[in-house]
Design a protein around this ligand. Sequence first.
Ligand code: SF4
Length: 61
Amino acid sequence: MTPKVDPDLCIGCGLCSEICPEVFEMGDDGLAHVIDAGGCEAAGCCEEAAESCPTSAISLD
Ligand code: SF4
């Protein structure tokens, strides 16, 4: 499972980084970024972050 944030969809609400700070972090550009692409399994919060994203910007392929 590889988390990705679509920068065209992200509105910078910060929810994913609150729910799953091990994997998502807000960048200086105001958008969410994946800081640990291999960290979803250990973190266990990527699905919740993706489901909570208001614009469905997070994919977990
Ligand atoms: S939850 Fe979605 S819209 Fe909000 S910062 Fe994360 S990726 Fe962007």
